[in-house]
Design a protein around this ligand. Structure first.
Ligand SMILES: Cc1cc2nc3c(=O)[nH]c(=O)nc-3n(C[C@H](O)[C@H](O)[C@H](O)COP(=O)(O)OP(=O)(O)OC[C@H]3O[C@@H](n4cnc5c(N)ncnc54)[C@H](O)[C@@H]3O)c2cc1C
Length: 468
């Protein structure tokens, strides 16, 4: 039998202490909300296994500008991320993209991505006629989904509007967000509003038309932070006045009559942190590992979440002729490695135009092997294909970088929302334990902020008798 190393114990007795595992945007947003709810005396610890906060948010100095090497934009059409930015003092740094249209790259040509759709699904087949033959199949007069029922986006769109709408419009849109397989992505998880409308409509286009409203004039749909999204992470953690412990992997949770024992630190020299409550803001696999002994039902729900990997190439050009567009998406049927590109310096005016910066995204679910290629090979492939999409031979970039995001984008299979609800029901039997983040509540930064805040509220409510 191997000797058991006694754990060192940390913490101040007598103060409410909450440990947040994971220092991505969800974790820091949870810490910030915990501070709001629990007041100045609470001890809030953020334990992050890597040596930096931010998770999938990472800004780098590239071509003299603060350029995103992971997530690049915030959905401003929902309030949580921009509200957080304002709350932590970054209101003046919120910037919006230029009013440029995205394109689809089809058959070696860039064509306008049609308007009037929701994630590529048209509200009127005529809107997408230039790109795809969208003939709505006859319906049986019954709502497409029953209450709580789910199905894959692929099955829904193929059955109602046909393969071309799915392959040319919906799949590229969803690949841009999830790098996923439309036949394995849940309608209820990736388009919750549409799923609700499908409970009222027998026709897919009618459901889309009902919920698809043009963005109000003057209200931009997207935003980012001048100087980089890293600033949002740093400012949020500073405002949370949390104790940030980098390089600290949370390895085990133990429930005790007084709360939680959290085993962290290196295996040979474990550290036991006692806490009244724990928020798990980590990806699905570590969350499932941590929950296995405590709440096996919740662990089982999380362990089924698959992840897709992507690689990003960034190029800076001194002089290059880019179209006046924000970028393009390309259907998998085009047979390219590059699935999307953003003309970053055109899309984001705050980056300036002294150098043209292009971000190229490669990799879909099942293409993990791509990440094994060396930087030079990935950059060469990205540059060659970018030139093919743009119909020109591109000059040598003055700067380039490759970023690999292995196992980065969760794939919500049909039934995900119900499985997460069941996991939360199982967790409710344990006082002061919550799950949050992209693994459960949506990949977008705004959804992660909402999820972190919601977990913090659950914890604060559970601790309320001790904290008032
Ligand atoms: C390339 C790319 C581009 C994207 N673009 C956008 C975009 O433009 N807009 C948008 O809204 N979203 C975008 N996303 C999605 C979005 O960035 C993520 O979904 C979101 O940032 C996830 O936040 P999170 O805090 O839930 O998880 P993460 O960012 O994954 O953070 C989890 C943290 O937990 C840590 N951790 C893991 N295990 C442990 C452990 N055992 N103990 C302690 N710490 C642990 C990890 O190191 C990590 O820092 C993009 C994602 C990628 C990969």
């Amino acid at each position: 039998m191997s000797p058991v190393t006694p754990a060192r114990v940390t913490g101040t007795p007598g103060r409410t202490r909450v440990l947040v595992a994971g220092g991505g945007i969800t974790g820091v947003a949870a810490a910030h909300r915990l501070r709001e709810r629990l007041g100045p005396d609470a001890e809030i610890i953020v334990a992050e296994q890597s040596m930096r906060l931010g998770g999938k948010i990472r800004t780098a100095d590239f071509a003299g500008r603060a350029v995103e090497t992971g997530a690049e934009s915030l959905l401003a059409a929902r309030p949580e991320a921009v509200d957080l930015a304002r709350a932590v003092g970054l209101g003046d740094a919120i910037v919006h993209p230029a009013a440029l249209k995205p394109a689809l790259s089809i058959g070696g040509e860039l064509v306008d991505f049609p308007a009037g759709h929701m994630m590529g699904i048209p509200g009127d087949p005529a809107d997408v006629a230039a790109i795809a033959n969208a003939k709505e199949r006859p319906d049986n007069g019954l709502p497409i989904l029953e209450a709580g029922q789910d199905m894959s986006v692929g099955a829904l769109v193929r059955a109602r509007l046909g393969d071309e709408v799915l392959d040319r419009l919906v799949a590229p849109m969803l690949a841009g967000v999830y790098a996923g397989d439309v036949d394995r992505l849940s309608v209820r998880a990736v388009m919750p509003q549409l799923a609700a409308a499908l409970e009222r409509h027998a026709r897919l286009t009618e459901a889309v038309a009902e919920i698809k409203r043009p963005a109000p004039a003057g209200k931009p749909v997207f935003a980012t932070i001048d100087g980089g999204l890293d600033r949002l992470v740093t400012a949020t953690s500073a405002a949370a006045r949390a104790e940030i412990r980098l390089g600290m992997t949370v390895r085990e949770l133990r429930e005790t009559p007084r709360g939680w024992e959290v085993i962290t630190g290196p295996v040979p020299d474990p550290i036991k942190v006692t806490a009244d409550a724990v928020v798990l803001a980590v990806p699905a696999s570590p969350a499932a590992d941590l929950l296995r002994a405590v709440a096996p039902e919740a662990a089982a729900a999380l362990s089924g979440v698959a992840y897709a990997s992507v690689a990003l190439a960034a190029f800076a050009f001194d002089k290059v002729d880019l179209p006046e567009r924000s970028g393009f998406l390309t259907p998998a049927s085009e047979g390219k490695t590059v699935k999307a590109a953003t003309f970053a310096s055109k899309k984001w005016p705050h980056l300036g135009r002294r150098r043209q910066i292009v971000r190229v995204s490669m990799g879909r679910l099942g293409e993990e092997a791509l990440l094994q290629y060396d930087d030079a090979t990935l950059a060469k492939t990205a540059l060659r294909e970018l030139g093919e999409h743009l119909g020109q031979r591109l000059p040598d970039p003055v700067e380039q970088r490759i970023d690999r995001w292995g196992g980065a984008l969760p794939q919500y299979a049909p039934g995900h929302v119900a499985r997460v609800a069941a996991a939360r029901e199982a967790l409710a039997r344990h006082r002061g334990l919550a799950i949050a983040g992209a693994a459960v509540d949506g990949v977008g930064i705004a959804a992660c902020v909402a999820s972190g805040r919601d977990a913090a509220d659950r914890i604060a409510d559970a601790l309320a008798p001790r904290t008032v």
